[in-house]
Design a protein. Structure first.
Lengths: 113, 112
């Protein structure tokens, strides 16, 4: 089955710890995205990548980092600099950027211990 | 400031009725607008895309309108069913760059 796989479903972070959220897609899509969702709020864009080895900051990139070494993979690292990391993180992909619908993964809930 | 707004209050309707959800935006001139459905603890699922030169678009029991003068999109679900209960998100691409921004979503509850 084609789709986007996010793991883990639930993740807990200790103070001062970096954690990495996985996102893998087998849709052969060029563009990939990371969004953050807080309760009662819309999705906010963290980072996006239009092509392998290239990525751009979204609206709330501070405290996060990404890499795009392979077309299929776009991991997100939540660093210790992100002081309020508790949120639902969503990865998405689209064939290209612009005028395309997004395909979302099932999300990762990150909580702070 | 630029923003996109949906009614944050939940919409409760009776099964069989038509649900109408509103998406308003300011200071944008988007070329298209999208609607997604999100169930609790899951990722959004794409429903419909409407372009600026389209007044209305339909898909089965769903209908979307797009008024670029009013800067508003309406999303209708006719003959609503309890299975339609979910949060519905609108999204637009301000600069036509593929960077979608989302409204906060409206939760629809359809009662049997």
């Amino acid at each position: 089955d084609g789709g986007i796989t996010q793991s883990p479903k639930y993740l807990f972070r200790k103070e001062g710890q970096n954690v990495t959220l996985s996102c893998e897609q087998n849709l052969n899509h060029d563009a990939m995205y990371w969004y953050r969702q807080d309760p009662g709020q819309g999705l906010r864009l963290i980072y996006y990548s239009q092509i392998v080895n290239d990525f751009q900051k979204g609206d709330i990139a501070e405290g996060y980092s990404v890499s795009r070494e392979k077309k299929e993979s776009f991991p997100l690292t939540v660093t210790s600099a992100q002081k309020n990391p508790t949120a639902f993180y969503l990865c998405a992909s689209s064939p290209t950027t612009g005028r395309e619908k997004l395909f979302f993964g099932s999300g990762t809930q990150l909580s702070v211990l | 400031s630029q923003k996109i707004e949906q009614n944050s209050e939940a919409l409760n309707i009776q099964e069989g009725k038509t649900a109408t959800l509103t998406c308003n935006y300011t200071n944008y001139s988007p070329a298209y607008l999208q609607w997604y459905r999100q169930d609790p603890g899951r990722g959004p699922v794409f429903l419909l895309l409407i372009r600026e030169n389209e007044k209305e678009k339909r898909k089965e029991r769903l209908k979307v309108t797009f008024d670029t003068t009013l800067k508003q999109s309406l999303f209708h679900i006719t003959a609503s069913q309890p299975a339609d209960s979910a949060t519905y998100l609108c999204a637009l691409d301000p600069g036509n760059t593929g960077k979608l921004i989302f409204g906060q979503g409206t939760t629809l509850q359809v009662k049997p």
